[in-house]
Design a protein around this ligand. Structure first.
Ligand code: M7G
Length: 374
């Protein structure tokens, strides 16, 4: 468990990002235009550091053009500063590499220093597996593991105790039972409302995750939902019905927090295997106050995570079951099952053809589909 923060003074390591020495690339995501690097800051010692670079999304002002002689008020691509390299022009098509004004070239950078093995694992590419966690598996395997091995919550307590990121707080309700702090997530560049990403961190310290939630927390959850919507609408002008509010399961940090971003933006980590909508959680608890103590909750584990090894001792997770690999789809005709609606007007050959396509996807295609979803 992480230790409570007693001192009022918070020490932050100081490093010179330009002196980073690369050991290896952990991930290079061409879709998100981000790269995670493992290395060191030799001036500071041999501790590992992780540096993440992510190209910023466009703001509408970045492409504003001046309507008259005057230049756009905010930095824009379309100024005399734009450096243009022509690759080719062919008929009506042109291809260029452009370098805009300095202000528009910034890249969001995140540093974790010193980085632990667990951080390195989190930022590395690896195989992923789905675990169906029953309440019993949670008690016997997940809970003892997360109690003994979890990321420090010091950064969370620093926020709750106003020792760090104080000036970034967007809204606070100080009530110890139903209160919370709303502030920008580390992942948000803070520049572009389109990619807004806020965190609602509850003041209560005894709720590790979704699993601990019960009916007695409904007032807290409803307060987080309503007060966050009001604050975001007032501050950022976003319609409350355009906000996605959700929990991660499993989270990386076991102190209850809600992720909030606009539904029109595909924020990182919104996959169905990881996210649980706040609205659904509230409704489940209204219907059944001990829902999350009784539910089987799926979650993803990464290769290299010790929890995966613990689960593997109990269930065959990595092994491919030969039987399911070789299994053929049952022939509905021989089983005397009527063909599904929509197939009934087709010739028998067409039907057979469709069934083969559905039953035997090309291995490569299937693999890439799995990877694309991962
Ligand atoms: P999570 O669901 O526990 O983990 O969310 P994951 O989404 O990383 O898997 C924790 C959230 O806290 C993430 O969205 C992080 O980007 C964010 N976060 C992490 N740290 C260390 C900080 C921090 O120091 N400050 C702020 N503002 N956000 C952080």
């Amino acid at each position: 468990m992480s230790e409570p923060v007693n001192s009022t003074e918070v020490k932050s390591p100081s490093y010179d990002l330009s002196k980073f020495q690369l050991k290896r690339i952990l991930t290079n995501n061409s879709v998100r235009k981000s790269i995670s690097l493992l290395g060191t800051f030799p001036d500071l010692g041999t501790d590992d550091a992780i540096v993440v670079f992510e190209k910023n999304a466009y703001r509408e002002s970045d492409v504003a053009t001046a309507s008259s002689e005057e230049s756009p008020k905010k930095p824009s691509y379309f100024t005399a500063d734009l450096k243009v390299d022509t690759e080719f022009i062919n008929n009506i098509y042109g291809s260029f590499q452009v370098v805009p004004t300095r202000n528009l070239c910034s890249v969001k950078s995140t540093v974790i220093y010193p980085a632990t093995e667990k951080h390195i694992e989190k930022y590395s590419v690896s195989q992923k597996y789905l675990i169906r966690e029953t309440p019993d598996l949670y008690q016997r395997i997940t809970l003892p593991y997360l109690t003994s091995s979890q990321f420090s919550l010091e950064w969370v307590y620093n926020i709750l105790e106003h020792k760090q990121e104080t000036e970034r707080i967007v809204y606070e309700d100080k009530d110890p039972k139903t209160g919370f702090i709303l502030l920008p997530d580390l992942k948000w560049d803070g520049r572009n409302v389109e990619t807004l990403y806020l965190l609602g961190i509850v003041h209560k310290r005894d709720i590790k995750s979704l699993r601990d939630l019960n009916g007695s927390h409904l007032d807290l959850l409803r307060n987080v939902r309503q007060a966050s919507k009001d604050a975001i609408s007032k501050l950022y002008g976003i319609n409350p019905n355009q906000l996605r509010m959700y929990f991660h399961y499993q989270p990386s940090f076991y102190h209850l927090h809600v992720h909030i971003n606009p539904v029109r933006n595909d924020a990182p980590g919104i996959w169905c295997e990881k996210s649980h909508m706040l609205d659904t959680v509230i409704n489940n608890l209204e219907l059944m106050p001990d829902y999350y103590q009784r539910a089987t909750l799926p979650f993803v584990l990464y290769e290299g995570n010790k929890l995966l090894d613990l689960y593997e001792q109990e269930l065959p997770i990595r092994a491919l079951t030969k039987a399911s690999d070789d299994k053929e789809l049952p022939d509905t005709d021989s089983l005397g099952v009527a063909p599904p609606e929509g197939f009934s007007d087709e010739e028998p050959e067409d039907r057979q053809c469709k069934r083969i396509k559905l039953g035997s996807p090309e291995t490569k295609e299937a693999e890439s589909a799995v990877q694309a979803c991962a």
